[in-house]
Design a protein around this ligand. Sequence first.
Ligand code: NI
Length: 169
Amino acid sequence: MALRNIRTDNDPILRKISKEVGEVSPRMVTLVEDMFETMYHAQGVGLAAPQIGILRRLIVLDDYEGNKYSMFNPEIISGEGCQTGPEGCLSVPGRQGTVERKNSIRVKYMDINGNSCELEAEGFLARIIQHEIDHLNGILYTDIATELFTLEELEEMENKKERQKEVVS
Ligand code: NI
């Protein structure tokens, strides 16, 4: 396993559309392991392959509440309701924002064994998945945030304990 370098800010690779994965090759398995290692090292809850410079449709995530997934070619097939909450991104250091997402989603994907799977997710887990899938389409949360904050503004708010549990991924 190896740590990968996380692309940030204006790196053009973050704006590209990632390609579908045909089959889970040994190289892809190594990539999943490296992405988890990189995500945990950065204390994120999710990571998408383009964030480490690889334009393939692959995300990994762990909500630290027992939900840990790697998903190839994830696709949201239905969504309901609305949630509003804080998000950050390992590719956009020093900022946080408020983002509206679907509250519950059904996502289909291929797992690391090449099996076709479906998952129903809601709340925080659904938020992580939506944030990561956006990365596969070159979308950053800053594009769709209703509010954006700098570190200084956040520190002030943290003193007032106004922030909810945040996605950093
Ligand atoms: Ni992100």
